[in-house]
Design a protein. Structure first.
Length: 159
């Protein structure tokens, strides 16, 4: 998993309408990347709905939240719409898992590990967390820990 203090790697993800999202888009704002294994799976559903309630708090602190999975853009769009969440979902479908591999969170099964990566406005990873199991739901307190690392602008890690 990518370590705090490391520049965000070069990557290309797809937004639901198909346009590209790259590491350059992380510059100028604090960002929380939420890597999740599968759209429509029970834990992923719970996670995105839980984090949706935090979006106003994150926005107040200048932090943008992005969901990232190896699902297709169509699956992610349907998932976002079904859940009624507003966070942008980014697809690592083509080439499958390349961005997840760059961040060190690609599961050997070809899907994203459940992980959180906080990237500062300067493009430097400030905090990261990877769950022991894809079935583990990172609690809200962990997300807040990452936001604190962003707003304090000092690298921190959580194993």
């Amino acid at each position: 998993m990518i370590a705090p203090g490391t520049p965000a790697p070069a990557f290309r993800l797809a937004r639901e309408e198909g346009s590209s999202f790259t590491e350059r888009e992380l510059r100028g704002q604090h960002s929380m990347l939420v890597f999740y294994p599968f759209a429509f799976s029970p834990v992923c559903t719970d996670q995105l709905q839980l984090y949706e309630g935090l979006l106003p708090e994150l926005a107040e602190q200048g932090v943008a939240l992005y969901g990232v999975s190896c699902d297709s853009t169509w699956a992610q769009k349907a998932f976002r719409e079904k859940l009624g969440v507003s966070s942008q979902q980014l697809s690592d479908f083509e080439p499958k898992g390349a961005a997840c591999a760059a961040f060190g969170v690609l599961h050997e099964g070809g899907f994203a590990q459940r992980a959180l990566v906080a990237v500062g406005s300067d493009g430097i990873v400030r905090w990261s967390f990877q769950a022991d199991s894809p079935a583990e739901l990172p609690p809200v307190e962990l997300l807040r820990e990452g936001v604190t690392a962003l707003t304090a602008a000092r690298p921190a890690a959580r194993a």
